[in-house]
Design a protein around this ligand. Structure first.
Ligand SMILES: [Zn+2]
Length: 108
């Protein structure tokens, strides 16, 4: 009798579970982020520019992308206001294009 080669299960096309990213945002996160904001009530990004703005959320400095270690590492957290968080997210999703290499720089 021939052995059947084990095949990987095909992923279900419509997996009803939320993504790893969204699964991290649990009640535990809500509680932890609220406590963090209580300790760090001002937007860290605005503070760097000398502006005092109330923080609205806790941001991951390095995007965790579902990594629980990065997610729960408080050294990777910062309080941000909505404007700064939106700007940071936009930069992460649309980074500026890298500069052209010197030998392909446009000539005048
Ligand atoms: Zn801000």
């Amino acid at each position: 009798m021939p052995h059947r080669i084990p095949t990987r299960r095909r992923p279900r096309p419509h997996d009803p579970r939320p993504s790893t990213h969204h699964r991290c945002y649990t009640r535990a996160w809500e509680k932890a982020s609220r406590a963090y904001r209580r300790a760090h009530p001002l937007c860290a990004e605005c503070a760097r520019q000398g502006i005092s703005t109330a923080a609205a959320l806790v941001d991951h400095i390095i995007p965790h992308k579902g990594d629980p270690v990065l997610f729960w590492d408080q050294d990777n957290w910062q309080s941000l206001c909505i404007n700064c968080h939106n700007a940071k997210t936009a930069r992460e999703n649309h980074p500026p294009p890298p500069p052209a290499p010197p030998d392909q720089a446009p000539t005048p």
